[in-house]
Design a protein around this ligand. Sequence first.
Ligand code: NAD
Ligand code: ZN
Length: 353
Amino acid sequence: MTTMKAVVHTAYKTFPSLKDVPKPTPGPGEVLLKVAGAGACHSDVAIFDEFEEGLNPQMDPEFTLGHETSGWVEELGEGVKGIEHGAAYLIYGPVGCGVCRACTRGQDTYCENAAKMDYAGVGLGLDGGMAEYVVAPARNLVPLGEVDPIDAAPLADAGLTPYHAIKLALPHLNGGGKFALVIGLGGLGLVGVQILKALTGATIIATDMKEDAMAEAEKLGAITVPGGEGQVERILEITGGKGVDAAFDFVGVGATVKTAMDTAARQSRVTIVGIGNLSPYEWAFLGTPYEAELVSTYWGTVEELHEVVDMYAAGQISPQVTRYSLDDALEAYQLLVDGKLSGRAVIVPHGKK
Ligand code: NAD
Ligand code: ZN
């Protein structure tokens, strides 16, 4: 048996391990990829640090982490057609039943049979991309063309998730004099600022606890407002008092949801992307802006991932990537846990180039 190195989720409330696992072989309809890059997403921290037995059985250990992966096609499983050997692809991570209404429109995230499945996707129950090789269903592959697949790896989640959230909010940002708020300027949030810039004419207000993250957002064209006392007032002042037309919360803890709702305009849309809040949110009729929508959202569709790749190829978005070897993957996760990473850490198993 050939083995390979992989970053494995071994138990809940336990830091992952780098260990030897069997090199996978592609089954019917599947493709084996040599991993180019695998992004370290904060959701992985939720899986190994915050989730516990019984909360979400699809994430039960053991499996290889890495749900934000790119790679080169190494081997085609039985019956696979239309995938080019040697070419670079992104993996669309969510894997649903493949035949329900949601899956057939390319939205495996909302698979109608999800409750009956014991995994949520590649790197989420199924073995993921934090390894030398990974297997994915052929229908989950999105061609990368000529772009560098290592720098493009974050598109699979840090690109797709804000893209989906922003696309659904576009009706609120359509027209002049609109304001968007981005909370949390890490892997997802910094790409979110770029997508807002490319798709809307809105004034973008951004906030984070970290100075360097805010400086980066300013370079991308956002106005930044630090957290703490006076933050809500300052944001309202920038909007001329009316509030923001769309807010995107890439943290999602009680305090950030409150900031978003306290600065929301009437008829606005507040999208919670960060999974920081697993306890109830308090809502009251008075004090909540009329017709302000409060929604959560999960990842995106495979068609949208094609659109994100198009934006990347056109130079409209470019994730901030720091490369780590597979041997240094645990160090990257530790920095993510400690809140010390900027942009996205991408694990590069076959040499950093
Ligand atoms: P990240 O660690 O790269 O970035 C998080 C950023 O938020 C950091 O810059 C941090 O300084 C900042 N931050 C933390 N607490 C803050 C606060 N109270 N106020 C302001 N800023 C604060 O994380 P990421 O990988 O970009 O993921 C962001 C969130 O989105 C995570 O909760 C992750 O689990 C979630 N996520 C959700 C989906 C989805 O489909 N809903 C998909 C991917 C990630
Ligand atoms: Zn993720």
